[in-house]
Ligand binder design. Structure first.
Ligand SMILES: *[C@@H]1O[C@H](CO)[C@@H](O)[C@H](O)[C@H]1NC(C)=O
Ligand SMILES: *[C@@H]1O[C@H](CO)[C@@H](O)[C@H](O)[C@H]1NC(C)=O
Ligand SMILES: *[C@@H]1O[C@H](CO)[C@@H](O)[C@H](O)[C@H]1NC(C)=O
Ligand SMILES: *[C@@H]1O[C@H](CO)[C@@H](O)[C@H](O)[C@H]1NC(C)=O
Ligand SMILES: *[C@@H]1O[C@H](CO)[C@@H](O)[C@H](O)[C@H]1NC(C)=O
Length: 223
C-alpha cells in the first residue's frame, strides 16, 4: 500500500495530509504496525480517506472492524463482521474493507465532520487494536499553483501559470485592474517587455475570495 495509491483512493489534493504515523505498539509479544494518520486536515467540500491498515502481519484474521467518532459523545459510524457483513450508520461515510484493515471515506466534508475518528479492529490471534485520527476540517479556500510568485521569462518565450483552488467557482487574472484571463491558467505568448508586471489571481468561492500575486518580468538579454 503506497501513499500515492492512498491519495488516489481519497481523490484529494495530496498535500493536505499533515502527518502520517506508522505507530508501533507492543501487544502481547508481537508488534503491530497500523497505517493511519494521527492528525489530518482537509478543506470543506473535499473527500477524505482515513486508513486503518495493519502492516506486516500477513497471518492475521480480522474478526471485526468498527469505526466511531467521539465528538459530542460516541457515534458509531460503521461496523464490519465477516459473517454479518457491513453496516453503515452515517450518511456521508463509507467504510471500505480490505484484507488487512479498512478505509473510512468521508464524502463532501463539512466543518462538523471534525473530530476524533476511532478505528477498532479485533483480530485473531492478537485481539483488539485501536487507532485514533484527529480530523480538522477548515472552512477556507486552498490554492495550489505550479509557479513561484516571481517568474522570469526570456524574451519571445511563452509562459503559463496554472492554479487550482479548492473549492472554487470563478477564476480571474488581472494586471493593473485590467482583466487578462478568466480561466484557471494565465498564458502569455511571445513575451515582450510590455507583458512585465504584477498579475493578480482572484478566486471566488461562495462568499470567500483569495488573491495571489505573480510578478512576471522579461529577463534582460545577456548580450
Ligand atoms: C468526491 O467524490 C465524489 C464521488 O465519488 C466525486 O463525484 C467528487 O468529484 C469528489 N469530490 C472531490 C472534490 O474530489
Ligand atoms: C475524543 O477523544 C480524544 C482522544 O482520546 C479526547 O482527547 C477527547 O477529549 C475526546 N472528545 C470527546 C468529546 O469525548
Ligand atoms: C509560443 O506559442 C506560440 C503560439 O502557440 C507558438 O507558435 C510558439 O512556438 C511558442 N513558442 C515557444 C518558444 O514555445
Ligand atoms: C495602471 O493603470 C493606470 C490607469 O489605467 C495607469 O495610470 C498606470 O500607469 C498603470 N500602472 C502600471 C504599472 O501599468
Ligand atoms: C457565507 O458566509 C456565511 C457566514 O459565514 C455562511 O453562513 C454562509 O454559508 C456563506 N455562504 C456561502 C455560499 O458560502
Amino acid at each position: 500500500m503506497s501513499l500515492e495509491s492512498l491519495n488516489m483512493a481519497g481523490g484529494v489534493l495530496g498535500t493536505a495530509f499533515s502527518l502520517l504515523l506508522l505507530a508501533s505498539i507492543t501487544q502481547g509479544l508481537q508488534d503491530v504496525d497500523v497505517l493511519h494518520y494521527e492528525k489530518m486536515e482537509a478543506v470543506v467540500g473535499e473527500n477524505v480517506t482515513l486508513p486503518c491498515i495493519i502492516q506486516s502481519s500477513p497471518s492475521l484474521t480480522i474478526v471485526s472492524v468498527e469505526w466511531r467518532k467521539n465528538k459530542s459523545g460516541n457515534t458509531k459510524l460503521a461496523v464490519y463482521v465477516p459473517t454479518y457483513g457491513l453496516r453503515q450508520f452515517w450518511p456521508n461515510v463509507i467504510m471500505q474493507m480490505v484484507p488487512s484493515g479498512s478505509y473510512l471515506h468521508l464524502h463532501d466534508v463539512e466543518t462538523w465532520d471534525s473530530g476524533f475518528y476511532i478505528c477498532d479492529i479485533t483480530t485473531f490471534p492478537l485481539g483488539s487494536i485501536r487507532r485514533e485520527t484527529e480530523l480538522k476540517i477548515k472552512d477556507e479556500v486552498k490554492l495550489l499553483c505550479d509557479a513561484e510568485s516571481i517568474v522570469e521569462v526570456p524574451p519571445g518565450e511563452n509562459v503559463t501559470i496554472s492554479c487550482t483552488a479548492f473549492p472554487a467557482d470563478h477564476y480571474k487574472w488581472t494586471k493593473n485592474n485590467t482583466l487578462v484571463s478568466e480561466i484557471q491558467s494565465l498564458e502569455l505568448w511571445l513575451v515582450t517587455e510590455a507583458h512585465s508586471g504584477i498579475y493578480t489571481l482572484t478566486v471566488n468561492t461562495g462568499n470567500k475570495s483569495v488573491h495571489k500575486e505573480f510578478s512576471i518580468t522579461e529577463t534582460v538579454k545577456s548580450s
